[in-house]
Ligand binder design. Structure first.
Ligand code: F6P
Length: 378
């Protein structure tokens, strides 16, 4: 490769706060430090299905005020796997070679892809097949990309969920209600456990810990009996029903959208405890808006590190955050599995120590309602 380079950048998968801060950092570092040209590819790999490819030249002056902006100025998609692309007639088609050919027509020396585990796996496969010099940056509000302790967007999502809980305390207390807050996170409970602790929730249910509905209802009744007139429950969208069913809407082409566990629990809790119960589904609010200062820092550090990897000609790697430092790993390592909440880890221990009910066992040292009944105390 020549020392003067032309690099591409795209954002793929669900948007989140901090994506524009990462694009800005890549553009700044590539242009100001190395004197390279940066080309933004629009709407992820979809932009490379257009003829000509849907791209925009990025300059430092253009991206300078993108630091705080939510969403992604390049656009994105979380649908349309190029290896099994959904066609208008309802069939699926492998369009990967079209994307690779269009990528090469741009004359790019390397590509930076900002995505979650699904997008990074697709981009890694495209890069292998098409001989593309690829570097990945992890982003997702779910924080489930393995190997990296943090992904762009997670901290902002936790801030939003925490702020929602802060507000809900007052209305829940005023009306003496059980307030159930359903948060995103896919199969990982990171948003729920982080926001639950930070926002002072009383019950936190995550997919990694099976709950017993009776335990949760007894906990709520015990709170009421001891003079606490309201309860705040946080539930992660992938938490199952009592019979082990994940609540989701089946979409076209085998895709599905999680949602509904908040209302399911509300109906059960209301019936079993007699409490007035309300549900708040935070939904895409968690993905939107100004990036938190920590997400801006992470995005900036990842953007600069990704450009440096290209300068060192270290490809097929993903930048990571480990113990306060940016590092990198082979992408194959990062996409092997996904990161879930450790049921024996610090956050779960912290929640238990704070007396937060995780639905799996009575709080130690306390006799719950069921036990009192069994002992003839109730
Ligand atoms: O992966 C990010 C995420 O926000 C998940 O937490 C959520 O389940 C999903 O995306 C929602 O996707 P969509 O934007 O397609 O509704």
């Amino acid at each position: 490769m020549t020392s003067s380079k032309k690099i591409g950048i795209l954002t793929s998968g669900g948007d989140c706060s901090g994506l524009n801060a990462a694009i800005r950092a890549v553009t700044h570092c590539a242009e100001s430090v190395y004197g390279w040209e940066v080309i933004g590819i629009c709407r992820a790999t979809r932009g490379l299905l257009n003829q000509p490819p849907d791209v925009m030249k990025l300059t430092t002056s253009q991206v300078d005020n993108w630091l705080t902006m939510g969403g992604t100025m390049l656009g994105t998609t979380n649908k349309g796997n190029p290896f099994s692309f959904p066609m208008e007639d309802g069939t699926r088609c492998d369009r990967s070679q079209e994307i690779i050919d269009n990528y090469h027509s741009l004359g790019l020396d390397a590509l930076i892809g900002i995505g979650g585990d699904g997008s990074l796996a697709i981009l890694h496969k495209l890069a292998k097949q098409g001989n593309i010099n690829f570097v990945g940056i992890p982003k997702t509000i779910d924080n489930d990309v393995s190997v990296t302790e943090k992904s762009i967007g997670f901290e902002s999502a936790v801030n939003i969920a925490t702020e929602a809980l802060d507000r809900l305390h007052f209305t829940a207390a005023s009306h003496e209600r059980v307030m159930i807050v359903e948060v995103m996170g896919r199969d990982a409970g990171h948003i729920a456990i982080n926001a639950g602790i930070a926002g002072g929730a009383h019950v936190v249910l995550i997919p990694e810990i099976d709950y017993d509905l009776k335990m949760v209802c007894d906990f709520i009744c015990d709170r009421q009996n001891s003079g606490n007139n309201y309860t705040l429950v946080v539930v992660s969208e992938a938490v199952c029903t009592e019979s082990g069913q994940t609540l989701q809407k089946e979409l076209q082409f085998g895709e599905c959208r999680l949602g509904g566990i908040g209302q399911y629990l509300a109906d059960k809790v209301a019936a079993k405890t007699g409490s007035e119960t309300r549900v708040t589904v935070l939904g895409h609010i968690q993905r939107g808006g100004t990036a938190s200062p920590l997400d801006r820092l992470l995005a900036s550090a990842f953007g600069v590190a990704a450009v440096n990897l290209i300068a060192e000609e270290k490809f097929d790697r993903m930048v990571t955050w480990e113990q306060g430092q940016v590092s990198s790993v082979p992408i194959s390592e990062a996409i092997k599995t996904y990161r879930t909440v450790n049921p024996e880890g610090t956050l779960v221990k912290t929640a238990r120590g704070l007396g937060i009910c995780l639905g799996d066992r009575p709080l130690s040292g306390k006799v719950n309602r069921l036990e009192r009944q069994l002992q003839g105390m109730a």
